[in-house]
Write a protein that binds this ligand. Structure first.
Ligand SMILES: Nc1ncnc2c1ncn2[C@@H]1O[C@H](COP(=O)(O)OP(=O)(O)O)[C@@H](O)[C@H]1O
Ligand SMILES: [Mg+2]
Length: 272
């Protein structure tokens, strides 16, 4: 379709190096992380914008998952893990003594590489978090279930089989179900750690389209080692190498005119 120059979107990307507080979802400041004696994250400072998709790319073992786990305090569960520095969610320190970690994880949903539905019905998977919150009204639960499944682009495929076991769904559907489960409790942030790496190309495409819809309501952070995926789905990209952020900017800049030689080497396949 012809679009006149006036309708072409000319919005400039945000300058993530100078993101104002009002546009920041997550602020990471001087983050150092150790597994026992071994330091795996080095002095990471960055601001992740609200209502956008931010991708972390980098070779296997560079620390991408560790960064994600720091953001919802999953690293608390790992013995010998020590965290230094600050992480703020909408301005509030998440490592503050007074933070209720379960409440924090409700605000920051996480989806992993392998779909992990509970061995329960589709319906019970989606309303799981709501039941935990003590919601019993079945009309409320039914409505939330439908909304979450619609939000995850799965409703039409499962609306007639809500009471079947979720483990019988195809892998791509399971992953969308897990996303529905995560959004049913209306988190502020969704962390997706290589959400499509165990899926076929069609399911991957479906999830990528879904990610684009999700950012209208949530801040999305995605780890991927598929650079084409990062280029397709994200607004901003951080390149991580050996536990450091080498470069972080809008995705176009990172992929078309990176400032750092290491980034260029990585995206052109010279390091990996
Ligand atoms: N639970 C753990 N205990 C000790 N070392 C770990 C643990 N988890 C990850 N690591 C190490 O931390 C580094 C970063 O890992 P990770 O964050 O999983 O990387 P990525 O997600 O980029 O592949 C790697 O060297 C990995 O071996
Ligand atoms: Mg990982």
């Amino acid at each position: 379709m012809y679009s006149s120059p006036a309708t072409i979107n000319v919005l400039k990307p945000l300058d993530v190096a100078n993101l104002p507080a009002g546009k920041t979802a997550i602020e990471i400041e001087n983050l150092n992380l150790f597994y026992r004696q071994k330091q795996v994250l080095h002095d990471i400072s960055m601001r992740i914008p609200k209502g956008k998709v931010t991708a972390f790319i980098g070779p296997s073992g560079c620390g991408k998952s560790t960064i994600m786990r720091s953001v919802n305090r999953m690293n608390d569960l790992i013995e010998g893990c020590k965290v230094e520095g600050n992480i703020r969610l909408l301005g509030k320190d998440i490592y503050d003594e007074e933070v209720d970690v379960s409440a924090l994880r409700r605000r920051i949903g996480m989806v992993f590489q392998k779909p992990n539905p509970f061995p329960k019905t589709i319906y019970e998977n989606v309303v799981f978090g709501l039941r935990l919150q003590g919601i019993r009204n079945s009309r409320v639960l039914d409505d939330c279930c439908e909304q979450a499944l619609r939000g995850a682009g799965l409703w039409d495929e499962v609306k007639n089989r809500l009471h079947e076991n979720a483990v019988n769904l195809a892998a791509g559907q399971q992953q969308r179900l897990v996303i529905a489960r995560a959004i049913a409790i209306e988190p502020e942030v969704l962390l997706l750690d290589e959400p499509t790496s165990s899926l076929d190309p069609i399911s991957t495409l479906t999830i990528e389209e879904l990610i684009n819809d999700l950012k209208t309501k949530y801040t999305v952070v995605i780890v991927t080692h598929n650079m084409q995926q990062a280029a397709r789905v994200s607004d901003y990209t951080a390149f991580v190498h050996m536990g450091r952020i080498v470069e972080y900017a809008d995705t176009d800049t990172v992929f078309t005119s990176p400032k750092e030689k290491k980034t260029e080497d990585y995206i052109t396949g010279r390091i990996g």
